[in-house]
Write a protein that binds this ligand. Structure first.
Ligand code: 3AM
Length: 177
């Protein structure tokens, strides 16, 4: 019998305040988009995509998240961009702060041997906003948004009606001082 599995990823999940600020910042992008808008409740910043994880590995995945030495960080979102092949329009950051780069590397290292990760690519911090959009619209550079991240999350991804359904399963924050 096939073991049950869930599609999982680690992400920085916005607080309601950050989500509201994201909605404001991406409004010009959404207004000029002729693709499929991603619902604001799905906005997030992916750290590592795990794909399908068998139920028997779930506790090891959660343990890997807790083993990460998380250091809160501030991320400045200041640019729009496009991933050509999946045709995703995003709002993101032109720089990767050191604590975020370390978080991604640390997470990948703790997940090694637990799940098979896709090969590492240059990490581009972004929030996907529109799907099925091939070109970046002509827009002024967005206003800067500073996202203070106090934790990160393990998220389940399911197929929903027309868009993905995401559920935060577990949160991981800094160890108490
Ligand atoms: O929206 P972003 O880019 O943050 O693109 C998917 C999304 O990231 C990514 O996982 C996040 C949650 O769905 N994703 C989905 N399928 C993927 C795949 N096959 C993938 N990333 C890499 N390879």
């Amino acid at each position: 019998m096939t073991e049950p599995a869930e599609r999982l990823f680690f992400a920085v999940w916005p607080s309601p305040a950050v989500r509201a600020a994201l909605v404001q910042s991406v409004a010009p992008l959404c207004e000029s988009a002729n693709g499929r808008l991603i619902p604001p409740e799905n906005y997030h910043l992916t750290l590592a995509f795990l794909d399908s994880v068998p139920a028997s590995k779930m506790s090891a995945v959660i343990a890997a998240g807790h083993a990460v030495d998380f250091v809160p960080f501030a991320l400045t979102l200041d640019c729009y961009g496009i991933f050509e092949s999946p045709q995703v329009l995003w709002y993101g950051s032109s720089a990767v702060p050191d604590p975020l780069a370390r978080l991604v590397a640390n997470l990948r290292s703790h997940l090694t041997g637990v799940v098979k990760l896709r090969p590492e690519r240059r990490f581009c911090p972004h929030v996907s906003v529109v799907r099925k959009m091939a070109a970046l619209p002509q827009l002024a550079r967005p206003a800067k948004l500073v996202w203070q991240a106090y934790d990160f999350a393990l998220v389940r991804s399911e197929y929903g009606p027309g868009h993905a359904l995401y559920t935060v399963l577990e949160r991981f924050s800094a160890a108490p001082a």
